[in-house]
Design a protein around this ligand. Sequence first.
Ligand code: UTP
Length: 289
Amino acid sequence: MKKVRKAVIPVAGMGTRFLPVTKSIPKEMLPIVDIPTIDMIVEEAVQSGIEEILFITSPYKKGIEDYFDRSYELESRLEKSGKLKQLEMIQKISNKVKIFTVRQGEPLGSGHAVLLAKSFIGKEPFAVLFGDDLIKGKTPALQELIDVYHQTGANVIGVQEVPYELTYKYGIIDFQDSAQDKIKSIIEKPNIGEAPSNYAGLGRYIVNPEIFDCLETIKTGAGDEYQFVDGLKELMQTQDFYACKFTGTYFDIGNQLGYLKANIEYGLEREDLKKELLAYLKEKTDDQA
Ligand code: UTP
């Protein structure tokens, strides 16, 4: 079985749910306390053994490319002024992993975005991580998916339960049997009452390179865009898919509430912030009572 060495992170979407800030700041660069979300997602990939990452980016997302690039001027100023801790922090970002970028000229959908990775990937299985799906856990979620890939040799989708009343917002998993591990299909944003389960696919995938043949033939789907999930459905016709019920906590930072929750959760883990943040939250909840 081939090792999963490469990851694709599409970050070229317009982020319309998070306007107006996304007019000039990519949502993937919005900080969770003081670290951009995309940095945390790259860290998850690196911790899971990924060696090369391809960002599918756009002319409006230059901030992401700059963030992972070297910044000689800043580095030399930090060095000259003896701010060595900060210097180390900055250098670590650009040394994390080999990063490549390709531009998606037009945001035609996540499926169109991943298809642009075809020549970068070649003939290996690879990981896809969506740049606005953040997962906080002791074990990196992608590592958990890779473990399932090693056990099964099949394509893998990272899933977690969502409330039944919210299934209309997600790609919902239709399982083959009651063990709920092998996947029959995935239903994008099912109508209320029609969800085949309450497990949603949440932005982490291991897929075989045959996905590209599927992405080349799909038609536009939801939102009139080429959806990655439609490529997955096509691949399910010929290949096995397993669910990985990852153990971390999921945040959709592409919506305001998910973003706020992530900031609070991560803030509460910071020794320098925890005590005062907790006291503030308590004061606020007492006010509301
Ligand atoms: P989303 O649908 O969550 O992102 O796509 P979006 O289109 O930016 O969001 P809204 O609905 O307008 O707020 C999931 C991931 O796929 C990327 C996004 O950047 C996000 O990380 N994406 C989406 C692309 O790279 N290209 C696209 O054409 C669409």
